[in-house]
Design a protein around this ligand. Structure first.
Ligand code: CP
Length: 309
């Protein structure tokens, strides 16, 4: 509604330069510090964010909503099912209409092509709240969390253990930009699909793809797990069987550096991809990671709406 010129979409990590993302991370840190001091700058006063969820969410939904309120803005929450989208109104028409009402749109929709189409027709910023390809807001929170605990991520050894999914794809893009060494351990059965493979190849020396979770964990500064059954997966029992050796447990964590962190974007399936001992243990930062969704997304919203923090 208030956008002029090209809208500042936030769709993929690899749409950005290192310095643009670093600027957003710095802004997130500043907003977090100010909030802890009781300072809630009304940077988005009178701005309205429409949030469309085609799939379930706890963190994305609540953190965007609270973030907008803390910055003086408002949100409208919609499910894909209650919109005319579910009755075959096109994404293009939806984008053009919504752009006349609101200042920004955040959407969770599995099809990345649908996200891109919405963004192409929107004259206000569109933010990716998760597609099957990417989860860029999550990775901003992950980077912020690592750096709060361990300092610059540059040069850090990061291990991804499990299957290949959207969170991993955004980590691959981040590894190249932030120059950390990402080792991905996935079973042959869940080897990355073509577009992720292309980005792994593009990342060059920063990303290594192997099968052995123990090799990935060795001397790691950070071990990341994610749910084995992502939204849209229909083969839960088979995935659990194949991925069993990829569980992050105390034996796997013991191979990493002694002060290595454990992250998981949540929701976690305890006893599958991670044990209680690890996720509730001293190396786990999963709740800081969840909290940082709030601060990182406030910075993303300010960037998208052209507001300096
Ligand atoms: N990590 C994440 O995106 O959580 P939700 O699915 O609860 O939003």
């Amino acid at each position: 509604m208030t956008s002029t010129g090209t809208p500042r979409h936030f769709l993929n990590i690899d749409d950005f330069s290192y310095s643009e993302l670093r600027g957003m991370l710095n802004a997130a840190g500043s907003l977090k510090a100010r909030l802890k001091d009781g300072d809630r700058p009304q940077l988005l006063k009178d701005k309205v964010l429409a949030m469309i969820f085609d799939k379930q969410s706890t963190r994305t939904r609540v953190s965007f909503d609270v973030g907008m309120r803390q910055l003086g803005g408002e949100t409208i929450m919609l499910s894909g099912q209650e919109m005319q989208l579910s009755r075959e109104e096109t994404l293009a028409d939806t984008a053009r209409v919504m752009s006349r009402y609101v200042d920004a749109i955040m959407i969770r929709i599995l099809s990345h092509a649908d996200l891109t189409e919405l963004a192409d027709y929107s004259t206000v910023p569109v933010i990716n709240g998760l597609t099957r390809r990417a989860h860029p807001c999550q990775i901003m929170a992950d980077l912020m969390t690592f750096e709060e605990h361990r300092g610059p991520i540059k040069g850090a050894k990061v291990a991804w253990v499990g299957d290949s999914n959207n969170v991993l794809h955004s980590w691959v893009n981040a590894a190249e930009l932030f120059e950390c060494e990402l080792t991905i351990a996935v079973p042959d059965e869940y080897w990355p699909e073509k577009d992720l493979m292309l980005d792994i190849e593009k990342a060059g020396k920063w990303v290594k793809l192997i099968e052995d979770p123990r090799e990935a964990a060795e001397n790691a500064d950070l071990i990341i797990a994610d749910t084995w059954v992502s939204m849209g997966d229909t083969d839960a029992a088979e995935r659990r069987r194949v991925l069993k050796p990829y569980q992050v447990n105390t034996n796997l964590m013991a191979l990493a550096n002694k002060d290595a962190l454990f992250m998981h974007c949540l929701p976690a399936h305890r006893g599958d991809e991670v044990t209680d001992e690890v996720i509730d243990g001293p190396q786990s930062v999963v709740f800081d990671e969840a909290e940082n969704r709030l601060h990182a997304q406030k910075a993303i919203l300010c960037w998208s709406l052209g507001v300096d923090v």
